[in-house]
Structure formats: structure tokens, C-alpha cells
Design a protein around this ligand. Sequence first.
Ligand code: PEP
Ligand code: MN
Length: 295
Amino acid sequence: MDNKFPGKDISEEDLKNKFPLVAKKNKKHKSKFTIAGVEFGGEIIPTFAGPNMVESRELIMDIAKNIKKNNCHFLRGGAFKPLTFPYRSKKYNETREMGIKWLSEAKSKYNIPIITEVMEEKFLPLVCEVADIIQIGSRNMQNYPFLIACAKTNKPLMLKRHYGSSLRDWLGAAEYILKNGNKKLILCERGVVAPHTHKITSRFLIDLQVVPAAQDITHLPIIVDPSHATFWRPWVKSMALASVAAGADGIMVEVHPYPNKAFVDPLQPINYKELKDLMNSMNKVAKASWSRKIY
Ligand code: PEP
Ligand code: MN
């Protein structure tokens, strides 16, 4: 990396003094680590799939079975959800402790590791019993005491980018985690708010350029979540394939058997048939572009 990095938002001085642990020591260095038997930063590009919300036991069991059949590596799903508005009928509300219990059942029955979000420090012990990766949601990206608490669990973590954050601030947040002794950290791009996003596309704009940009600067794996970024099911495939082509080290995608009936963000999950097609297509792109594979 040199000072000619476009935008000059990140300087040599940042690499040395602001986020030295996150920064790459040299161009070749890239973190490789294994979580629940799945290697990150290696030949395989891991996939995280599942519903936005863990809605019911029946739903999570069915999805776990199907994503496993489609060679996805991790089951995603939130039992604790950062819901944008506080008014919801009880039926559609977070499933919290029950949801964590259902994730645990799905994990044992289908032998698939779990990634799930935590928003409050007090729930870390409970979620750590079940989760293989703790998801730190975009809204908590700069909640520094919470980042430190997550780091200290020693569980692998995934840090979603805040939708208004620069790469520099995101890497600053990542540094808090590494500084507190946790090395198994994955970054996740999930779309940013850009000027006029509402006029040109949708709620968020997927920042695919951040993939090669992050890989120039940090050794940490970076994955992309095209479901939150597009917010719109018909575009998920294109953007997932583009993310693989951009060099993403993993893909997180929302899946639901009946997308229109999803309790949260029903416009964004793909169905099982679409997942099958997506996995197959991503595999081809991974092979053609990077000699890597999805499964
Ligand atoms: C999610 O992945 O369920 C989620 C809430 O994502 P984000 O924090 O990116 O909005
Ligand atoms: Mn969401």
C-alpha cells in the first residue's frame, strides 16, 4: 500500500499508529483461520445463509435442512434483532432466548454451525453457548465498550460495516477487537447510504469497491451481504455474483421458504430454488475469476 490510495483517506501513518494490528504487514500476508471446521481466507469461499429473523422452531429447522443440502457453511438468523421501529405485534416480534434455543436444536440436528447477532453485553454468555460466530450488527459497529466485551469472549466475530461509515472508521472499530486479543474477525459489507440512494436504487448502495480496498489494507477476511445491501430479492443474485467476482472472502445471504411471508424485510430473502441456482452460479464465478470455489 502506498500513499496513492485513491481518496487518501487512509495514510501510512494510520497503518502504523491507528490500526497497526488490522493493517497488513506486507502485501502477501492474509489471515487464514478456521471456524467450526470452515477455513476463512482459503480456497473455499464460505457462505452464511438463513432467515433474517429466527421466527419459529419449524422455520429454522426447515431452513437449516435446506441450506445444508445446498452446501452452505453457516446458518444465519437473528433471535435478537435491531428492529428499526419499536411497534410490532407480538406475533412478529423477536424470539430472543427461545430463538437461541431453536438455533441450538437446528445446529445439533443438521450439524451446521451458527452465526447470530447479539446487541447487548448481558446476552453474550447465553449466545456464546450456541453461536460459532457472534454477529456485531451495523448499528453497533462503533459501540466500543460492546466491541471490547465481544472481543473478550474469544468467540469468532463478524463486524458489519455501519451504513454510514468509511473504511477507515470501520478498520478503527476492528482494531478495538484485535487489540483486545481476538484474532478471528471477519468484516462484512452490507451496503451504505449514499447521496440519493433512494432515487437511484434502493435503501442502500452496495460498496463493492470496499472489497479490494480492504484487501489492500488489511489481512482480515471481508465478506458481502447482498441481501441487506439491495433490500430487493430480484437483485440479490446479480450482486452476490458481483461480490464473488470482486474477490469477497464469503457471502451472507437471506433465505426463506416463503419470502413474502418473512416477519422482517420480506422483500429481500431468496427462496430455496433461488438459493440452489445461486450456489451453483457463485461456484462458477469463483472458479472463473479467482480459481476458488464455493463448495
Ligand atoms: C442482519 O444481518 O440481520 C442485520 C440486521 O444486518 P445489519 O446490521 O447489516 O442491518
Ligand atoms: Mn435486516
